[in-house]
Design a binder for this molecule. Structure first.
Ligand SMILES: [Zn+2]
Length: 251
């Protein structure tokens, strides 16, 4: 009798495990571009899909986000950083200063690129709230509000204040035609860097295409973004933050 009970339990476990594994590997098929589109302004969909969507994030990524609240912090036209926020682990020289983990990841990426004759450097890294205020005000005076809000973040709304965003090599649109850009497009994610303002996503990101501006979101984060979030940093960060807030990972 005992043996029969054990056998039934074993078969039950086997079937459940198979179903769970199949559901997890099928996750990417759950979300279409249309479903992802409203996520920026409307978190209802995330909450409705909470258990399946939040299950996409491994526990170690969620722990990293909890330990370092600014690593995946949403900074955009609706979400500002505190004016007094300055990272405590900035390293590097002058305008190229970034947080330690971003610095190490960039070094690794630049070394890998060098092997293929690609030169990458940080043109602009951390920018303080005060510095962003100067840049924003100067653009406002010289080029007017419409141009300024399309291209320049308001103070507190720049990813550069995080110390994890970098402008690589150039801030000219012609950067898109370089072999450096082509290399980054293929490889940046492996080192944890994600293009913040991709082409054709102005409605979602709030900014025109910036082929040079990357944000460090860890190699695991960048990989998940690519596989499950149609390579959209906005969707990845909004979903991750909703999952952290709702704590629906454990639902
Ligand atoms: Zn930038």
């Amino acid at each position: 009798m005992k043996k029969i009970v054990h056998l039934i339990l074993f078969v039950f476990c086997l079937i459940s495990c198979t179903l769970i594994c199949r559901a997890l590997t099928d996750q990417s098929a759950l979300f279409t571009t249309e479903q992802m589109a409203p996520l920026k302004k409307d978190l209802r969909q995330i909450k409705a899909n909470c258990s399946s969507m939040c299950a996409l994030f491994p526990e170690n990524l969620l722990n990293e986000a909890r330990m370092d609240p600014y690593l995946f912090y949403i900074v955009d036209k609706d979400n500002s950083l505190p004016s007094n926020y300055t990272p405590t682990d900035l390293v590097g020289e002058g305008k190229a200063k970034v947080r330690q983990e971003t610095f190490d990841a960039f070094e690794k990426m630049a070394q890998a690129a060098q092997k293929e004759d690609i030169n990458l450097w940080i043109l602009s890294g951390f920018r303080s709230f005060q510095r962003q205020t100067e840049i924003y005000n100067r653009s406002l005076a010289n080029r007017g509000p419409e141009h300024t809000d399309k291209f320049i973040a308001r103070p507190g709304q720049s990813q550069h204040q995080l110390g994890t965003a970098v402008d690589i090599n150039s801030v000219e649109n012609s950067f898109v035609n370089t072999k450096e850009y082509a290399w980054l497009k293929e490889n940046a994610e492996t080192f944890g860097f994600s293009l913040s303002f991709p082409e054709g996503q102005q409605e979602k990101t709030g900014y025109a295409f910036e082929p040079w501006h990357y944000r460090y979101i860890t190699p695991l984060g960048a990989t998940l973004q690519k596989i499950y979030f149609h390579d959209s940093q906005v969707d990845f960060l909004n979903t991750l933050n909703a999952c952290l807030e709702e704590n629906c990972y454990n639902m």
